[in-house]
Design a protein around this ligand. Structure first.
Ligand code: AMP
Length: 294
């Protein structure tokens, strides 16, 4: 078996073990299990920010050892999306994960995740439809497939995902329930910059001018939510929000919708149960998403 490799030592003298091979990942986790420890998993695509690190901290509240994975998953990117350009920053990511308390970084390669002849994709119906599911065909199938594989490789007690990607979180909860995967799927609140912009690895693509426009996404979402709660007609509020974003400098709005927060069924009336507003909009070539509960 290959050795678990070490990231370069950090300034504080810490280093985070890195498992590049699944056998190393499994050997480490088997050792923890033998000690009776609970294991958490935080899947990411890297270029880590405080939003990702909040997932590690939440996982640590629920488990004794946290594995973070970094895998830029080709099957969840569309042909015209940013797979090749996606930022890859392993050394600084490892340092951040160590500081946040993770015990292991797992970095599988595309070749071991999807070896020659790979033929099985996981499709979650229902909650994958609409919103990003319609705008990014195949995206949730790619996410569901890679997360199934990560869960099978780690067999964690708990896996943590961000509410930033709220539809993805519902897809993964459904997946674990439907396939009887014995894991608790936990959602963590959206971590934001001071001006309200949801943290995202893709924010790094924004020009200075676009970065100044970007907070309008969350500002508008909050205003639309307040108006709906105040009794205004939902369709009028949504239309107003879209117009506002275009005025503010967004190039286009993929969707602005009110949906049931569990089933994600569209709502066209002010809710008396759990409801959430979802938005995706383009700022030049950068696609930003956000959501808030009502
Ligand atoms: P990504 O690296 O973009 O695939 O994200 C990995 C995980 O981090 C996913 O579960 C995301 O929902 C979560 N995440 C990304 N940004 C944030 C954020 N601003 N707040 C909370 N969770 C986030």
């Amino acid at each position: 078996m290959t050795q678990t490799s070490q990231a370069s030592p950090l300034s504080g003298g810490e280093s985070l073990p890195i498992a590049r091979e699944t056998a190393d990942l499994r050997a480490t986790i088997t050792g923890w299990r033998a000690e009776g420890l609970r294991v958490g998993l935080v899947p990411t695509m890297g270029a880590l920010h405080d939003g990702h690190l909040s997932l590690v901290r939440l996982a640590l509240q629920k488990t004794d050892r946290v594995v973070a994975s970094i895998f830029v998953n080709p099957t969840q990117f569309g042909p015209d999306e940013d797979f090749a350009a996606y930022p890859r920053e392993e050394a600084s990511d490892a340092a951040k994960l160590a500081a946040a308390g993770a015990s292991l970084l797992y970095t599988p390669t595309v070749e071991t995740m999807y070896p020659h002849g790979f033929s099985t994709m996981v499709t979650v119906e229902g909650v994958s439809r609409g919103l990003c599911g319609d705008r990014r065909p195949g995206h949730f199938q790619g996410v569901a497939t890679v997360v199934t594989k990560l869960l099978m490789r780690c067999l964690p007690d708990v896996a943590v995902f961000g509410e930033k990607d709220y539809q993805q979180l519902q897809v993964l909860k459904r997946l674990a329930r439907d396939l009887d995967i014995p894991v608790e799927i936990l959602g963590a609140p959206v971590v934001r910059e001071d001006d309200g912009l949801a943290m995202s690895s893709r924010n790094a693509y924004l020009t200075t001018e676009q970065r100044a426009i970007a907070p309008a996404l969350n500002r508008t979402l909050r205003r639309v939510a307040a108006d709906i709660l105040g009794g205004a007609e939902v369709s009028d509020c949504l239309e107003w929000g879209i117009g506002e974003l275009l005025k503010d400098g967004f190039s286009s709005v993929d969707y602005l919708e009110l949906r049931d927060s569990k089933t994600l069924a569209p709502l066209d009336e002010a809710p008396d149960g759990d409801a959430r507003l979802f938005i995706a909009a383009m700022l030049g070539k950068v696609r930003l998403i956000d959501n808030i509960g009502l």
